[in-house]
Design a protein around this ligand. Structure first.
Ligand SMILES: Cc1cc2nc3c(=O)[nH]c(=O)nc-3n(C[C@H](O)[C@H](O)[C@H](O)COP(=O)(O)OP(=O)(O)OC[C@H]3O[C@@H](n4cnc5c(N)ncnc54)[C@H](O)[C@@H]3O)c2cc1C
Length: 379
């Protein structure tokens, strides 16, 4: 680890211990957006973590970013969501946007003045993105957008979305008629917050576009028909982020269990002396280590600009299942106390399932891995 990386991680650890840990449980329980923490995250530069230095970001490699996300998620997973879809959007703009779009949007994103999200999912489609119905029609030098997006993180409290639309709904294959358009909140979309099992505090909403007009220059990459490919490229970083969140939650569940196994006594000894509990702890720790290694490998592949769908898919699949399994095991180890909202493991158990759904479900991760295996090993 470089000296610079160590300084960054120490700073993040201090922020988490002093500012986040004392308030996370109450904000999560009440589902309150953490405005004060967001201001501190702005000051730390987290909204520009992976945005290039040329645009005012920290320009961190993914291999450092995953260490930050693991740490944040081990304390409160929701706040990693506040900068995740924001940075996916940033990655798509940095990779595919015109120079003038990059100069106008990225510096404001890096400071957190603009806080972004990605609006792909709709009431009738999530996995099958080619079925999106939201339309953008070109009228002179504007696009007029109509449609509804669903489950969009940062849509209520954030102020810019990268929206996946159909610009030509009759083209086949359908993705050739899809485009990515940036829409700032002042253009007039309406977002309503949705209720969730876990991952509370961060806003996830339904977003309505009723004749929302934006300048034609908001089309990412100036050319229609490339939106799906553009956002899927950004999602590679998103899947690595979700994998790192899985490592963080799985590790937090393990740490809580190792502590409790030494505190709680049954039959005259700490429960950590019973083999049944030891086996759980051993499996949990092994899952954390394996998940972290897969996540680091995916991050390195991303940084080296290798094609990393398979690595990101494997990391996302394994680390998020590890989070689900470890949070369930932590609940068992804590007995009735784990079932109380006063206990952190109750939150891990509610947070973890999102990870197997978001940024592509784990069913889809398996299909991506299998397709890549065949593509990379032709006979
Ligand atoms: C808290 C939260 C935050 C979210 N944030 C965002 C966001 O910011 N932006 C955004 O655009 N979306 C967001 N989403 C939506 C998320 O990306 C979708 O829920 C996800 O892509 C799955 O889509 P779906 O829910 O429509 O499931 P569906 O696509 O309806 O799938 C239902 C089930 O069928 C399976 N399935 C579907 N197709 C196949 C297939 N071909 N083979 C095998 N199995 C298949 C799926 O794996 C799943 O198990 C969020 C969701 C949640 C819960």
């Amino acid at each position: 680890m470089s000296e610079q990386e160590q300084i960054i991680l120490d700073t993040v650890d201090r922020f988490l211990a002093r500012e986040v840990a004392p308030v996370a449980q109450a904000l999560e329980r009440e589902d309150v957006y953490p405005h004060e923490l967001v201001e501190k995250m702005k000051a730390l530069g987290l909204f520009g973590a992976t945005i290039g230095e040329a645009y005012g970001g920290l320009g961190l490699p993914a291999s450092t970013y995953v260490k930050i996300v693991e740490r944040v998620s081990a304390v409160w997973m929701s706040i990693s969501g506040i900068f995740n879809s924001h940075l996916i959007m940033g990655a798509a703009v940095e990779q595919f946007g015109t120079q003038s779009m990059k100069e106008s949007v990225l510096p404001r994103m890096a400071t957190g003045e603009l806080r972004g999200g990605i609006a792909l999912t709709e009431p009738d489609c999530g996995t099958d993105l080619q079925a999106v119905r939201t339309r953008a029609v070109r009228e002179c030098d504007e696009y007029v957008i109509d449609g509804t997006k669903q489950w969009i993180t940062n849509s209520v409290e954030g102020n810019i979305l990268a929206v996946l639309v159909k610009t030509d709904p009759d083209t086949t294959p359908a993705h050739k008629g899809m485009s990515l358009i940036l829409v700032e909140k002042h253009s007039g979309y309406r977002a309503t917050k949705l209720k969730k099992l876990g991952y509370r505090g961060v806003d996830t909403g339904e977003v309505r576009f009723d004749g929302v007009r934006v300048p034609a220059g908001n089309l990412v990459g100036e050319q229609e028909g490339r939106g799906l490919q553009q956002i899927l490229s950004g999602l590679a970083l998103g899947r690595i982020n979700v994998a790192a969140r899985g490592v963080g939650v799985a590790r937090a569940a393990l740490d809580a269990s190792v502590r409790y196994a030494q505190e709680r006594k049954t039959f005259g000894v700490p429960i950590g002396q019973h083999q049944a509990i030891q086996i759980k702890l051993a499996d949990m720790a092994t899952r954390v280590e394996a998940a972290r290694l897969l996540t680091e490998k995916a991050a390195i592949a991303y940084d080296e600009a290798d094609r990393c769908d398979m690595e990101a898919g494997m990391a996302k699949l394994f680390a998020t299942e590890a989070a689900v399994e470890n949070s369930m095991e932590a609940l068992r180890i804590h007995g009735a106390y784990g079932y109380s909202p006063d206990n952190l493991v109750e939150r891990y158990y509610r947070d973890a399932p999102l990870l197997v759904i978001g940024e592509g479900t784990n069913e889809m991760m398996r299909l991506i891995i299998a397709r890549q295996l065949i593509e990379r090993n032709p006979i």
